[in-house]
Design a protein around this ligand. Structure first.
Ligand SMILES: N[C@@H](CCC(=O)N[C@@H](CS)C(=O)NCC(=O)O)C(=O)O
Length: 342
């Protein structure tokens, strides 16, 4: 049982690593082929990775794919998207089918080590939560003893669920599916009392249900889910580009640089901001990263600063209306913090 849960938490099959050895140098590969192959959510997770009716990809994770393409090519459209399920995402990265994974994926020690990936930037600090039908009258997860709980395999969710119920000495019946669509259908059909996944996912899934107002997300957060992009380990140049694409968005917010004031800010006398925007003649930050001098400007032009991307995709400007919470800047009581770009 324990073993099953562990492999589920790791996300299924671990491939041989021979395949990845020849793949060092993703930045050069990406430049040569002319686009970034980005692994994103395969279940239209609104706010994070979803396709609109015209086929355009949007979301906080999608913005990271676009930011990387903007940094490398000065063109955020140079991305090809690979929609991935929980189970398929890790083999897709290991095998080289994708260059980066930006898909509500939790950074854990076992994924970082055993699966052979590198994580550093966290583009959404999350935690696992529970959703129930309002009519069952439950206000706290601690009232869920004996409940049937719908959960998706290949996620961190399954092991957290087992740990939480065990630690609180509560009984539960896991109703387990491989595909999110199956979990959604089972929950909608009343085959389980509770839906558990990342709280961000619950907000998004709730909106896709027939009557969103009939469901509530309970207050408890039972785990830490730092969600961020992953790349294959041992490829530091590419790892730096992907990580600093996120950090450039955060830095822009720290400096108050927005899509609207970007051109104005380029004329600033502030040396730190000037350097960041590639306006200081001697600075080699872009070149050192293997990128053009105006890489950060291109990112801001394409997707805005982190706060703009957050509000547009999951915050006030979106149907999800998620508060900044842990994802506020460190200077505003949150955890989003960028190392100095200098
Ligand atoms: N953050 C957790 C959960 C991520 C996850 O896969 N969540 C589900 C439910 S929101 C999902 O996105 N499913 C979409 C799919 O598999 O297509 C993890 O990394 O394991």
């Amino acid at each position: 049982m324990k073993k099953t849960l562990l492999s589920a938490a790791l996300g299924a099959a671990v491939l041989g690593f021979g395949a990845t050895a020849s793949l060092a140098g993703t930045l050069d590969d990406v430049k040569a082929k002319g686009f970034v192959q980005c692994g994103v959510n395969g279940s239209n997770l609104a706010g994070f990775g979803a396709q609109d009716s015209s086929g355009n990809w949007t979301g906080l994770d999608v913005d990271l794919c676009k930011a990387v393409a903007a940094a490398v090519f000065g063109d955020a459209t140079k991305v090809k998207y690979t929609p991935l399920s929980a189970k398929d995402r890790f083999p897709a990265l290991q095998s080289g089918e994708i260059d980066m994974l930006a898909r509500n994926t939790t950074w854990t020690a076992s994924r970082d080590s055993q699966l052979g990936f590198d994580f550093r930037a966290v583009n959404y600090y999350d935690g696992q939560g529970f959703m129930v039908r309002k009519e069952i009258g439950v206000k706290s997860a601690l009232e869920l003893s004996g409940a049937a709980v719908c959960v998706q395999t290949g996620t961190t969710t399954e092991l957290n669920l087992a740990d939480y119920f065990k630690a609180n000495k509560l009984e539960y019946k896991p109703v387990v599916f491989e595909k999110q669509e199956e979990v959604d259908a089972a929950y909608s059909a009343g085959r389980c009392d509770v839906y558990t996944t990342d709280q961000s996912g619950l907000y998004s899934i709730r909106l896709s249900l027939a009557n969103p107002d009939d469901h509530i997300v309970l207050p408890e957060i039972i785990s830490k889910e730092p969600l961020g992009p992953a790349v294959r380990q041992g490829d530091s140049k590419w790892f730096d580009v992907v990580s600093f694409a996120h950090y450039a968005m955060v830095t822009a917010e720290e400096f108050g640089v927005t899509q609207a004031n970007l051109e104005e800010m380029k004329k600033t006398e502030n040396p730190d901001i000037k350097r960041f925007l590639g306006e200081e003649a001697e600075s080699t930050i872009g070149a050192d990263l293997g990128l053009p001098k105006d890489w950060a400007v291109q990112i801001i032009k394409a997707v805005g600063n982190y706060g703009e991307s957050f509000e547009r995709n999951v915050g006030t400007g979106s149907p999800l209306k998620i508060e900044r919470g842990l994802n506020a800047l460190w200077s505003k009581g949150g955890l989003q913090y960028a190392p100095p770009i200098r």
